[in-house]
Design a protein around this ligand. Sequence first.
Ligand code: NAD
Length: 337
Amino acid sequence: IQWEAQVRRSAQIRRTGGAAVLVTGAAGFVGSHVSLALNKRGDGVVGLDNFNAYYDPSLKRARAALLAQRGVFVVAGDVNDDRLLGKLFDVVPFTHVMHLAAQAGVRYAMENPSSYVQSNVAGLVAMLEACKSANPQPAVVWASSSSVYGLNEKVPFSETDQTDRPASLYAATKKAGEEIAHSYNHIYGLSITGLRFFTVYGPWGRPDMAYFSFTRSILQGKPITSTGSGGRKRGAAPYRIYNLGNTRPVTVPALVEILERHLGRKAKKNIVEMPGNGDVPFTHANISSAQLDFGYKPSTDLETGLWKFVRWYLSYYGYQRGGIYPNFTLLLLLPSS
Ligand code: NAD
């Protein structure tokens, strides 16, 4: 009863025409920002997250605590738990699902391949099954990834470009997710929008990502490592895919240079060739579809965004700008062509 009451309260809409949104991955980086932004504009938001230990769970707990302070309840649970999903949809007639829960990261797949299939493929299916059976059916927005462009060499990437050469298991599960999402749109008339995020960064970012781990290593004086249809057709619910990202390509050295300036410390650079390991050399988004369809216009440039990240990082982990580690090594492991 208490659980139900918390979920109901959290889902309360506080603006005319507002949405009731289930955000999966709500304790994660993107999900927590999205939940806060939706809540701020008066939408009702309920989070769902399994608080897994892929990276420091205390970051996730801190995010969930902040969300709770703002009235957003994050249910601890797995997107593969159909009973839990059914219960959530019984309690709240969600108008939207923002599905962000996933096993992210490229390299972890070497140690734990099944977690990608479990969260990104089976988890997506479980979520779409719940949405399909819900009454009303919610509109689904979910996170794909720019990694689907894989080994494409033509830049900037456009949504119509080939995505038939995924370079990692992560990319393959996101590509599989796109095919699965398309089939649910086609068969069950679910409204589905896939967002291909290009390297999202900022305060409360993911510790496995380059800008985060570079910052940590620089401050700790440690070396940095990086690698460089079928079925029935039902109505015409929209199925869309959008690139969301930076329109300017960014190289790893340029990223490091900005971090060095913001941190007030220099890095010593070692360039090491690495065999292809799933990272793509650089990404560069063509965002004209998102611009045209919903006026997407990134307003934070890389310089400012990284400054916000570094400021958050220094304060969260208790560092001072500049300081005491004059000598550290930067190891750039670039994918060999
Ligand atoms: P994140 O790891 O911070 O957030 C994902 C959250 O989902 C985590 O809190 C995790 O605990 C939760 N989760 C994972 N598996 C789950 C499961 N089976 N059930 C319930 N919860 C589960 O990652 P993020 O950077 O915030 O990414 C959000 C989404 O955007 C992901 O789908 C990711 O693949 C995608 N994406 C992110 C980026 C980026 O640059 N950050 C780029 C492209 C795509």
